[in-house]
Design a protein around this ligand. Structure first.
Ligand code: PMP
Length: 396
């Protein structure tokens, strides 16, 4: 019956994690998958999250959530993404649902757009998170890349990016990451974002923000700046967000999709269609994580504690970025490795070629993904020297 079903080659990042787990070397270092590790090299349980979890009555029956998710969770998502005092919230112009992580937001948002803008195609940065192609291509979009990463400078090809966006067809969907771009760690400046926003408005494009790393760049509020600014301008857009990293709640599947609409009437229509999209996909979201996040974000004390913990994670990542840069500079004064400190968030694009990535893994037990993306959040004091020494040997 199923003989014709092709074998799945596996997801390149998840397969690499399996190879890492099987690697018997004691000093192996996993800098492949996007997990934040603490100073001891462990995926942390945040104290604010643990406190919120302990307040939940686990003996309560696990009934279904509504298609759009729990009301207190959805309110918390809106306030986390847009800021509690954002005019678009007060005006009732945002339709927000709970999604299964940031991935679920991409899927529901993609299906929604494909159903209601069937002629639209989708533009995405070159490069991007590989799964964007799976999820949004899977929603039926024809996908195009716009210039983003500049291999020569390890920076942004801003002028070419802007030129491409200025030629978008009417109602083209543009997927953008507002902060801590995965995989490059390169973000536009605020001035550049303002120009991007103007170009999108001129072309009557549909921006779709994917915010998976809010808080890891400059701060929870600062990182959402362009999202809040564009929502203030009044145009329509989608925003997917995820608490997977910022709350270290990867497996609870806690994310959100917010569609900012020009009017409250449109927001009500859109909310109904988002509910219908969820119903067609998986009926309703997952309960426990949304209770934890809703409890945390609706309690001012826990929320403040969480902001502090996110700041600690961000500070630690930046210290590791400086630590790696300094060590590499000392070992290889012939190279310019400042990009480790200018890139932001959990990832850095190292510019290493696949054969250099292979050498790092085979000779030194240091795992990066094939594109040369490094998860800098996997560095800590105990592995920093070894990683720097290994990289210094393979870089050219
Ligand atoms: N978007 C980007 C850019 C990501 O890097 C990720 C996670 N790797 C996601 C979305 C998905 O997030 P989640 O794990 O919450 O589904």
């Amino acid at each position: 019956m199923f003989e014709h079903v092709p074998r799945y080659a596996g997801d390149p990042i998840l397969s690499l994690v399996q190879t890492f787990l099987k690697d018997p070397r004691q000093n192996k270092v996993n800098l492949s998958i996007g997990f934040y590790y603490d100073a001891e090299g462990k995926v942390p349980v945040l104290d604010s999250v643990a406190q919120a979890r302990d307040r939940i009555d686990v003996s309560a029956p696990a009934v279904y959530l509504p298609m759009e998710g729990d009301a207190q969770y959805r309110k918390a998502v809106q306030e986390a993404v847009f800021g509690a005092d954002h005019p678009a919230i007060a005006e009732g112009r945002i339709a927000t649902i709970h999604t299964l992580g940031g991935s679920g937001a991409l899927k529901v948002g993609g299906d929604f757009l494909k159903a209601h803008f069937p002629g639209s195609e989708l533009w995405i940065s070159d490069p991007t998170w590989e799964n964007h192609y799976n999820i949004l291509g899977g929603a039926g979009f024809e996908m195009h890349a716009f210039p983003y990463y500049d291999a020569a400078t390890n920076g942004l090809r801003f002028e070419e990016m802007l030129a491409a966006l200025r030629q978008l067809p009417e109602l083209g969907v543009v997927l953008l990451q507002p902060c801590c771009h995965n995989p490059t760690g390169i973000d536009p400046t605020r001035e550049q974002w303002a120009q991007i926003a103007d170009a999108l408005a001129e072309r009557n494009a549909i921006p779709f923000f994917d915010m998976a790393y809010q808080g890891f760049g400059d701060g929870l509020d600062e990182d959402a700046w362009i999202v809040r600014e564009m929502a203030r301008r009044g145009g329509a857009m989608l925003v997917g967000n995820s608490f997977s990293k910022s709350m270290s709640l990867y497996g609870e599947r806690v994310g959100g999709l917010s569609v900012v609409c020009p009017t409250p009437d449109e927001a009500a229509r859109v909310l109904g269609q988002l509910q219908a999209t969820v119903r067609k996909n998986y009926s309703s979201p997952a309960l426990f994580g949304s209770r934890v996040v809703g409890t945390l974000l609706n309690d001012p004390g826990l929320r403040a504690a969480w902001h502090g913990e996110v700041a600690q994670m961000r500070t630690r990542i930046n210290a590791m970025r400086r630590g790696l840069r300094d060590r590499l500079q000392a070992l290889r004064p012939d190279l310019d490795v400042d990009y480790f400190v200018t890139q932001r968030g959990m990832f850095s694009y190292t510019g290493l070629r696949p054969e250099q990535v292979d050498r790092l893994r085979d000779e030194f037990g240091v795992y990066l993904i094939q594109s040369g993306r490094m998860c800098v959040a996997g560095l800590f004091e105990a592995n920093l020297d070894a990683v720097a020494q290994a990289m210094a040997k393979v870089m050219d």
